[in-house]
Design a protein around this ligand. Structure first.
Ligand SMILES: Cc1cc2nc3c(=O)[nH]c(=O)nc-3n(C[C@H](O)[C@H](O)[C@H](O)COP(=O)(O)O)c2cc1C
Length: 214
């Protein structure tokens, strides 16, 4: 049994390509024999609030000194962190907005990155504490962008994952979705090819290894 946390960060409901591809990836992983226990956090149904001054103040107030409101604010951030801690796999639907991530995804990460809980400061620098997890970053973009040139989404989210200790990061990318019909269709097919490749790679890595005779 694998625990999967899926984040749906698009503003579009039925027509979100990134959410559709997340669904296809999940089904492909399940078809390959993985039993998945899925938790969906859908930003369209439950918008993520900014980590504002009031929330930061609540987080930096000692537990037994918090007001009821501060306790509720901290409980909310804790619940986002617990969802990640409990997951073996994160599958994140990520539309490109203004060359980077949706602002609610950034807000989500501001809640999740907490010193002493999801990362620690050490003498060698920061160290991620969410080890042993895998993340699939399923991005959708209207145009065509190269990482580090006009695509600040993929390098940035990979960095965020690595920062909290998630080193095993894979990409599914649909490009050209707001371009001509054939370009859009090709972008979706390339993303489906990414899914197929990753699922085959995943099942090859999990073949039972033959016992070597002593
Ligand atoms: C607010 C907003 C900003 C966008 N900015 C970009 C952008 O910078 N580059 C791009 O290629 N597409 C951009 N798009 C287009 C989306 O990336 C594209 O529609 C994609 O399909 C969205 O993913 P979704 O279908 O999962 O919602 C933007 C769309 C919106 C709504």
């Amino acid at each position: 049994m694998k625990k999967v946390l899926r984040l749906h960060t698009s503003l579009f409901k039925e027509n979100s390509v990134s959410s559709q591809l997340v669904q296809e990836l999940t089904e492909s992983l399940a078809d390959r024999g993985d039993t998945l226990d899925i938790v969906d956090r859908d930003f369209r149904e439950s918008p993520i609030p900014h980590l504002d001054a009031e929330r930061l103040q609540a987080l930096s107030t000692a537990k037994d000194e918090r007001s009821a409101k501060q306790t509720a604010l901290v409980d909310y951030s804790d619940s986002l962190i617990e969802e990640v801690q409990e997951a073996d796999v994160l599958i994140i639907a990520l539309p490109m907005y203004n060359f980077s991530v949706p602002s609610m995804f950034k807000a989500w990460f501001d809640h999740v990155a907490r010193a002493g809980v999801t990362f620690a400061y050490t003498e060698q620098g920061p160290k991620g504490l969410l080890e042993g997890k895998k993340a699939y970053l399923v991005s959708a973009m209207g145009g065509s962008h190269e990482p580090g040139q006009t695509d600040f989404l993929r390098p940035y989210v990979k960095l965020l994952m690595n920062f909290v200790g998630i080193e095993d990061v894979e990409f599914v990318t649909a490009r050209g979705l707001n371009m001509a019909d054939d370009v859009r269709q090709q972008g979706i097919e390339e993303a489906r090819a990414d899914i197929e490749r990753l699922v085959i790679q995943h099942s090859n890595n999990h073949q039972p290894t033959e016992e070597v005779a002593a």
